[in-house]
Design a protein around this ligand. Structure first.
Ligand SMILES: C[S@@+](CC[C@H](N)C(=O)[O-])C[C@H]1O[C@@H](n2cnc3c(N)ncnc32)[C@H](O)[C@@H]1O
Length: 209
């Protein structure tokens, strides 16, 4: 028996005016932000985990960063975005939010920027270029202590991850191959206990042993 998405979505909590404005902006301008049921699941697990320091890779316009900061008023969030126009939008939306003091936006490619190597993050949320997940993981997982959690979105890649490669559009094959290699690698990694949450576009949650 399957659950109905409509039924589950009927329980999504109302959001404030700024968040609704951001959701509308994202929809109208084709900015991909995390799907509402997935962000509710992410936030609920963050409430249970209670991380102090969160690193997000892939800010877009700051929607998920604001949602996480509202959920965890005592947490600090560092978020990295390489698209300069989106950084401007994110900083503007964050400045208008009530959680601006919790969020730092770093502009640059997450594979190139220097995040203070003495920082540790008890939660890392990876939501950027899907073909690079292995590289993000390799760069940032050393900053996660034992007991920390990595949250990784878009593991289904809108259904493409599940297809025979020959049925995937040619220009997306390398990305899907990389994403699958990453999934196989991390699910068999000695240092992590990982589980797929079949919500939104597929959320992978990995606890560091
Ligand atoms: C799916 S969006 C992030 C959505 C956001 N987390 C949310 O739910 O509100 C992915 C973002 O990652 C950014 N991105 C992709 N690769 C990146 C990289 N290597 N470094 C930094 N940002 C990257 C893209 O420009 C894009 O804005």
């Amino acid at each position: 028996m399957e659950f109905s998405d409509t039924y589950i979505e009927s329980f999504i909590q109302p959001r404030n005016d700024l968040l609704i404005e951001m959701e509308t902006f994202a929809r109208d301008n084709h900015v991909p932000i995390m799907q509402l049921p997935a962000i509710d699941v992410l936030n609920q697990i963050l409430r249970i985990q209670k991380p102090s320091n969160i690193l997000e890779i892939g800010t877009a316009i700051g929607y998920s960063a604001i949602r996480m900061a509202l959920t965890l008023p005592k947490s600090n969030i560092v978020t990295i975005e390489r698209d300069a126009d989106r950084v401007v939008l994110a900083r503007d939306f964050i400045a208008r939010s009530e959680v601006a003091n919790q969020i730092t936006v770093i502009e640059g490619d997450a594979l190139e920027v220097d995040v203070d190597s003495k920082s540790t993050f008890d939660a890392v949320f990876i939501d950027a270029a899907k073909g690079q997940y292995m590289r993000f993981f390799e760069k940032y997982s050393p900053l996660v202590p034992s007991g920390g959690v990595l949250y990784i979105d878009n593991m289904y890649m809108h259904g493409l991850s599940d297809l025979n490669l020959k049925d995937v559009p040619r220009r997306k094959r390398t990305m899907i191959r990389n994403l699958r290699n990453f999934a196989d690698w991390i699910m068999n990694h000695d240092e992590y206990d990982c589980t797929f949450f079949p919500v939104g576009d597929g959320l992978l949650i990995c606890l560091k042993r």
